[in-house]
Design a protein. Structure first.
Length: 238
């Protein structure tokens, strides 16, 4: 079970989300607030696993929160699920800088928030239990996303994620360069790598969309590769 703390200004959404969460036994709301300074020591005492926070247009409060409590969040492995009104360049920069792999952008429904929370819960439970090699870990992350092992795209996604992990500056790494490096490894073309990855994602989306949709909608090839690479990075740090 994951303990969830809601920091939301929209009381109607908060009420709808609380009603929606009553249907699930793997998510538990441990506290709520609409304003004031977040006391992270209190969140630690409550054993909060995921902090859901609505982010306003100026991003100032959100940026200050990340800056002040970055070390705390990393040490205690608390996940943050930000809800953006829009995905601006500054918002993207913050997501990359603080390595937040999950977020939602308006229009957002309660069902979408629950889906994101349950995905965080599944991934966290999985990471807590396994103690395997990075290769096996990456394989199981892909299986958690519903990606098919029998398609070439499965191996290509894993290889691209591992290659991206080796890059010092992932923010400025062109995905085309990653595809080309993967193609050299498998003695094929970068266009074939990209096509096979899209095919694998489409296959998973048709059969189990609730698993593959790491954000609001069907993910792009780049989003899936970045997601898996981030999980690998966190695994290596353990």
């Amino acid at each position: 079970m994951s303990n969830v703390y809601l920091r939301m200004h929209n009381f109607i959404r908060m009420k709808e989300l609380m009603d929606c969460l009553e249907q699930y036994n793997d998510l538990h709301i441990i506290g709520i607030s609409s304003d004031g300074t977040l006391d992270f020591q209190c969140l630690q005492a409550k054993q909060v696993d995921v902090l859901v926070i609505e982010v306003d247009h100026c991003l100032h409060e959100f940026q200050q929160l990340l800056k002040n409590y970055e070390a705390f969040i990393r040490v205690h492995r608390m996940q943050i699920l930000p809800l953006f009104q829009e995905l601006s360049n500054e918002a993207i920069r913050l997501l990359l800088q603080y390595e937040l792999s999950s977020f939602l952008v308006e229009p957002i429904t309660s069902e979408m928030i629950v889906s994101a929370l349950r995905k965080e819960s599944r991934v966290q439970a999985f990471e807590d239990k396994v103690c395997w090699s990075p290769d096996i870990f990456a394989t199981n992350v892909l299986l958690e996303l519903g990606l098919p092992m029998h398609l070439y795209g499965f191996a290509y996604i894993k290889s691209c994620a591992e290659l991206l992990l080796e890059e010092a500056d992932r923010l400025h790494t062109r995905m085309q360069e990653v595809y080309e490096a993967c193609a050299r490894k498998y003695e094929t073309t970068s266009s074939s790598v990209e096509k096979c990855i899209r095919t694998a994602i489409n296959y998973a989306y048709r059969r189990q969309p609730e698993k593959i949709c790491i954000y609001n909608d069907k993910p792009t090839s780049s989003q899936i590769i970045l997601f898996v690479s981030e999980r690998l990075r966190l695994y290596h740090r353990r």
